[in-house]
Design a protein around this ligand. Structure first.
Ligand SMILES: [Fe+2]
Ligand SMILES: [Fe+2]
Length: 133
């Protein structure tokens, strides 16, 4: 089955740990997308949205801690972006029955691809000096 989202080497931020977390998030969104196609929508989707939310939280905390340790100068902006997505993902969870599949997936895919390629990429140069696999 064709994957809805595919992680590409071009998305790498220069850290295997963070790249793996991004791959996990993409995988959860793919699982959500697959569940959506199987009918019985909100019953199947709810645990996956919860998983996405929990994983997103863990990933943001991890990234923010790494940026802090690296002395990344634009941490506040980055943190703000994370907070915004966290709130929007919480809204998705809260209003899951009201959102339509295409909206949900378009939003998730666009936001994550944009964030990984634009916003996360900016800390890349700072990570290289830090001790991170
Ligand atoms: Fe990230
Ligand atoms: Fe980020």
């Amino acid at each position: 089955m064709t994957q809805y989202m595919v992680w590409r080497p071009a998305y790498s931020v220069g850290s295997a740990s963070i790249d793996n977390q991004h791959k996990q998030i993409i995988q959860i969104i793919n699982d959500l997308h697959e569940a959506m196609g199987e009918g019985d929508e909100s019953a199947a989707l709810r645990p996956l949205v919860e998983r996405l939310l929990a994983y997103t939280d863990m990933h943001f905390e991890f990234e923010e801690q790494v940026m802090e340790e690296c002395g990344y100068p634009d941490l506040e902006y980055h943190r703000h972006q994370h907070d915004e997505l966290r709130h929007r993902t919480e809204d998705l969870q809260r209003y899951l029955g009201l959102v339509t599949g295409p909206d949900l997936f378009y939003f998730l895919r666009e936001w994550w691809l944009d964030h990984i390629q634009e916003v996360d990429r900016r800390y890349s140069a700072y990570l290289k000096a830090a001790v991170l696999p």
